[in-house]
Ligand binder design. Structure first.
Ligand code: UDP
Ligand code: MG
Length: 140
């Protein structure tokens, strides 16, 4: 299995509670390497563009408000099978369904304010990485 890259966001509920380091430790303990990282504060329009696949869902407006409510940490994670591995470390979308030890089980506040985003497929990972980072910012 070749090295793979995935895109991650540490969401506003987590940056607000100073959980960036605790979450990155979960990634690193799982064998994922942070190869790009920046802390930024999205506008609602930028959050809306990022989450446009969910534009028709009932929670879309609230999700965009939330993602623009405080800084996020956008990262590229690299490792063997990084997309699936990151989803495993994150846990299920709803923290009440998330397996013990996962980021969402330990840190998420609700199904909406659930601490992390992670790409769900290679095409999504490539698109999401390109939305946040230039090639020069992917430093290995
Ligand atoms: N979300 C929400 N209510 C829901 C489902 C999802 O607020 O009923 C939010 C939540 O923040 C989630 C994001 O929308 O992480 C994207 O949803 P998706 O189904 O892609 O979940 P994920 O891939 O983040 O596990
Ligand atoms: Mg998703």
């Amino acid at each position: 299995m070749a090295l793979e890259r995935t895109f991650s966001i540490i969401k506003p509920d987590a940056t607000r509670r100073n959980l960036t380091g605790a979450i990155v430790k979960k990634f690193e303990d799982a064998g994922l390497r942070v190869v790009a990282s920046k802390r930024i504060h999205l506008s609602k329009a930028q959050a809306g563009e990022f989450y446009k696949v969910h534009a028709e869902r009932p929670f879309y407006d609230e999700l965009c408000e939330f993602m623009a409510s405080a800084p996020i940490v956008a990262q590229v994670l690299e490792g063997e099978n990084a997309i699936a591995k990151n989803r495993e470390v994150m846990g299920a979308t709803n923290p009440s369904d998330a397996a013990a030890g996962t980021i969402r089980a330990e840190f998420a506040e609700s199904v909406g304010e659930n601490s992390v985003h992670g790409s769900d497929a290679p095409e999504a990972a490539a698109e999401e990485i390109a939305y946040f980072f230039s090639g020069l910012e992917l430093v290995g």
